[in-house]
Design a protein around this ligand. Structure first.
Ligand SMILES: [Fe+2]
Length: 140
């Protein structure tokens, strides 16, 4: 949910494809085999997406390709020139506080993702028990 919130907020500013971001938030870690180092979970997620495309996932070909690439490479520390793919990665990286890390600006691609205040708010969400009411209160 935190990745989804980060992604929606970023997309509102940069025009990234929210549909792809929402799918990414829900599915990018679904094939993790452990919470420890799992180098191929992104590739497995991309393969899984391919296997359910047209049934559980209904995106056009371009969206599907972006979703699969975003999932496949989300944990290798790359930057991507495509705004939607980069926004998926920014949304996920801004949640690194969940594993005790601070995101580094050099791995964030969009302007808002690198904003000090935005990073701080995302980090605070990542390290605290977060419920949707907290988010609703924070944007009032
Ligand atoms: Fe992941």
């Amino acid at each position: 949910m935190r990745v989804l919130i980060n992604g929606r907020l970023l997309a509102e500013e940069n025009g990234a494809d929210v549909e792809v971001i929402e799918h990414f938030a829900l599915i990018h870690d679904v094939m993790r085999e452990s919470e420890d180092l799992d180098l191929y979970h992104g590739s497995r997620a991309a393969d899984f997406i391919k296997s359910i495309a047209g049934t559980w996932i209904r995106l056009d070909d371009q969206q599907l390709r972006k979703l699969m690439n975003a999932c496949r490479y989300h944990s290798v520390g790359r930057l991507d020139p495509d705004t939607t793919i980069q926004t998926c990665w920014d949304a996920d990286r801004l949640d690194l506080g969940r594993v005790g890390k601070h995101p580094k600006k050099t791995y964030l691609g969009s302007r808002l993702a690198r904003d000090e205040n935005f990073m701080k708010m995302a980090y605070e969400r990542s390290v605290t028990r977060f419920v949707i009411e907290d988010f609703n209160d924070s944007i009032k």
